[in-house]
Ligand binder design. Sequence first.
Ligand code: NAD
Length: 455
Amino acid sequence: MSPRPSDAPMSRRDLLKSAAAAGAAVTLTPRQLTAVPPPPRPPGASSMMRTPFARHENVRLAIVGTGLRGRSVLNELLAVDGVTITALADIAPEKAARAAKMVTDAGHPAPALYTNGDHDFERLVTRDDIDIVYTATPWEWHTPVCLAAMRAGKHAATEVPAASSLEDCWELVRVSEETRRHCMMLENVCYNFNEMLLDAMVKAGALGEILYAEAAYIHDLRGILFENRDEGLWRRAWHTRREGNLYPTHGLGPVAWYLDIHRGDRFDYLVSMSTPERGLTEWREAHEPKDSPKWQETYINGDINSSLIKTALGKTILLQHNVSLPTPYDRLNAVRGTKGVFQDFPPRLFLEGQEGGHAFQPLSDELKARYTHPLWQRIGEIARAKGGHGGMDYIMAYRLIETMHEGLVPDFTVYDAAAWSAPWPLSEASLALTSAPVKFPDFTRGEWQQARDAR
Ligand SMILES: NC(=O)c1ccc[n+]([C@@H]2O[C@H](COP(=O)([O-])OP(=O)(O)OC[C@H]3O[C@@H](n4cnc5c(N)ncnc54)[C@H](O)[C@@H]3O)[C@@H](O)[C@H]2O)c1
């Protein structure tokens, strides 16, 4: 794989240097990073906010990375009308072949395959029969694939997170504005039933003014991280070279929707703390033979990373990451407002004035009937039957294609991709500064204050 600045282990000094270089986005004072004005837009570039797709009668899509996630999303896309899969890339030819068979088994023509190493996607993006390139590669490839796709005139869609450094976040913004191509981070959790229902409740004012939210990715991945296949081949390595919240977007994306981030508010600054690391070290002790090369590794990322984000309007968000301790699955997914509180896992609700004292009530059928999102009302049945992550993956695939068919403004902009990914490098910077506050760059250059079209 190509050595990229964001792949290398970061000493505190490197980190501070890189944070200063990032920006053009930030400058360093002894105890904290402070925001400076965003870099100027290059000539010819303009905002991608409120920019609709051209109408596409049929969407021609290519996939880079046909591992577990790439094939899972392919399965959803094949169930949506008006999509042609024209090309696939993977460094493992057998994985590309498996994905190609899924396409032909569904009755579509065989896609072209690009399996000639790490950079073969650069040939794929030059084809003239592609409208959008979706990447489900390991994290280090998300930004390079999106940049190559946009520079070749294609829209880009990426798995989460879109980037792992502030430099890459800005580069995605710069190239999207220059090429006038969208770069969307497909945060599937935004389309989950409970998250969409909660978004509808918040927008209807049922919880009053929202002041506080909780977001997390709490998922015991120890077994997966130590496998000798799939994510075990690349994901554990990040725990040996980077710190902070390595995977912020599953929890944060939906919260950004509830709080109208980039539709009237924005993330302003963050402080972060981590616990010591124990989880991966103890798992290795218990499960890995003593002659395994994994014993050469040192895991540097604390097991539980907790960050607090302050928004420009003064709201606060607790954001957590924990993939290395025994735990049930949890994204927290909580909001507190002036008229009530919603907490998830399991979903429960307290509304001011309700009967039964100060106790949570389960989500009633009446509430579900009132607040089920129109997308779930329309296609919820088929989504549940398809099954990917409880149906959210089908809704996401359907909605992506719908916005392209109908020439709508996409649900995600490049500014969302950058701001939702930024807590990774920002939490790392805060940790290096003894939890000092670090500023989010304003990737929108002030346009966050304008409300946008309804989703
Ligand atoms: N949104 C979700 O719910 C969700 C779920 C799982 C994974 N993911 C994300 O999807 C991405 C992929 O995860 P996965 O579980 O499929 O991992 P995986 O290891 O199963 O798949 C990654 C694939 O990318 C291929 N690859 C590696 N380098 C490449 C390159 N340079 N060009 C082309 N192909 C390359 C690998 O051979 C592999 O087939 C990750 O970013 C992960 O975080 C998201």
